[in-house]
Design a protein around this ligand. Structure first.
Ligand code: ZN
Length: 419
């Protein structure tokens, strides 16, 4: 039985997509999966589990079948979350303080980033004294910066009319002028040996407040990055625990910025791995036509303070099970046949399902479901855990729904999909 502590530990370890991929790769290896390198030839054995990481931030794991042209069950999610990414040369001094400036990554809900104790994490590429280049994951355990909000006395309209200029207002203060130098800070963070040089970095601010349970009965989970690490957590455990041939998880990076990258769902990571596993074009077509892709990404739960923003008949509640997402314009990939399959699996797993449709006068979000389904030539369904405050630095969900999601994904992996 998965525990909320396991989930909180997973969220706290996975502060960037790089850390998420590393956390998951370690878990798969600890459960007997073998690491594959895209640069090497692969010798795959039926019944064995394998894991592949691309760009350090996207991950595929699968259990090799005896007959690769059979129907596969593939779970998809994403490793990235909206965040603030440090600019290449972030440091300047203002008003006697050292500040580090950041770019907005994805659709960040900006207000909650003010007055948070922020750490720095990501990866750095360095050159040592012997001419060797290396790439290292780094993370400040303690908070190093804060984006202080303006006192209400100096902004009397803050509660009624507040806008945020991302260029002017999102620099984090890290100390008094003269006390800090950016390159030296990063060298210390990466524990660089004497004479090593920093060549490049992808560093993000992250909230040092840990994930935790919440509520009188402690049934809620509150944390950064629930979208979409919840789905990675459920999918990772479901794949390992089901341990069925012809099952796979794909966790892409860059979903929050459109997926058009080599680690994103619109790149060739999945199709490339799929070609190497399944075989020739005819076998891949046979496999795809009998396979199901399950795109798992958080769904907007009905918020007690903002009832009106939901469609009255399709307003998912926290603690009432997983959400099945529909959209006539195919922003979600669910259709009647994939829904039927999902409902059968939900019945088998005893998991309640709720339906979500966006209000017809509002814009609908999307997931990696439709594009992966199109690229793979595979039927697909979109589901997710009901969640509040998506894209905030602190999101909230119900742990019961996460257990339900795990059970549903596991049931999906343990069945075969018939069109
Ligand atoms: Zn998402």
């Amino acid at each position: 039985m998965l525990t909320s502590q396991q989930l909180c530990d997973f969220l706290d370890a996975s502060v960037t997509p790089f850390h998420a991929a590393q956390t998951m790769q370690s878990y798969f290896v600890s459960r007997g999966f073998e690491v594959l390198d895209e640069a090497q030839a692969w010798e795959l054995k039926a019944g064995e589990g394998y894991v592949v990481v691309r760009n350090g931030s996207a991950l595929i794991a699968f259990v090799m079948p005896h007959d690769t042209a059979q129907g596969w069950r593939i779970l998809g999610a994403h490793t990235d979350s909206p965040a603030l990414r440090l600019k290449p040369k972030p440091q300047s001094t203002k008003a006697g303080m050292v500040v580090w400036s950041a770019e907005v990554y994805g659709g960040v809900l900006l207000n909650p980033w003010f007055d948070r104790a922020l750490g720095v994490a990501g990866r750095v590429s360095t050159l040592d004294a012997h001419g060797e280049v290396s790439h290292t994951l780094v993370r400040s355990e303690s908070a190093v910066g804060i984006i202080p909000s303006l006192a209400i006395h100096l902004d009397p309209n803050a509660n009624t009319n507040r806008t945020i200029n991302a260029q002017k207002e999102l620099s984090a203060v890290v100390g008094i002028e003269g006390s800090i130098e950016w390159e030296r800070y990063v060298a210390t963070l990466a524990q660089l040996p004497q004479g090593a040089q920093l060549l490049g970095h992808e560093l993000y601010f992250y909230d040092t407040q840990k994930a935790s349970t919440l509520g009188v009965e402690k049934s809620l989970i509150t944390s950064a990055r629930l979208d979409n690490l919840l789905s990675c957590f459920m999918g990772m455990h479901a794949l390992v625990d089901a341990r069925q041939e012809a099952t796979m998880v794909v966790f892409n990076d860059h979903e929050e910025v459109g997926s058009d990258t080599f680690a994103g769902a619109n790149g060739n990571f999945l199709t490339s791995v799929w070609e190497r596993i399944v075989g020739d074009a005819s076998m891949r077509s046979r496999a795809a036509s009998q396979s199901l892709f399950v795109s798992t990404d958080n769904a907007h739960a009905l918020h007690p303070n903002y009832i009106d923003v939901h469609e009255a008949n399709h307003a998912p509640l926290l603690g009432r099970g997983m959400v099945l997402k529909h959209n006539a314009n195919q922003n979600y990939s669910t259709n009647a046949t994939s829904e039927a399959y999902l409902r059968q699996a939900a019945l088998a797993a005893n998991v309640p399902l709720q339906s979500y449709v966006v209000r017809s006068d509002m814009r609908c979000g999307s997931t990696i479901g439709p594009m992966t389904s199109a690229r793979m030539g595979m039927a697909s369904v979109d589901i997710g855990v009901p969640t509040w405050s998506m894209h905030s630095i602190r999101e909230t969900a119900h742990f019961g729904d996460i257990l339900a999601g795990y059970s549903l994904l596991r049931a999906l992996l343990e069945r075969t999909w018939k069109k």
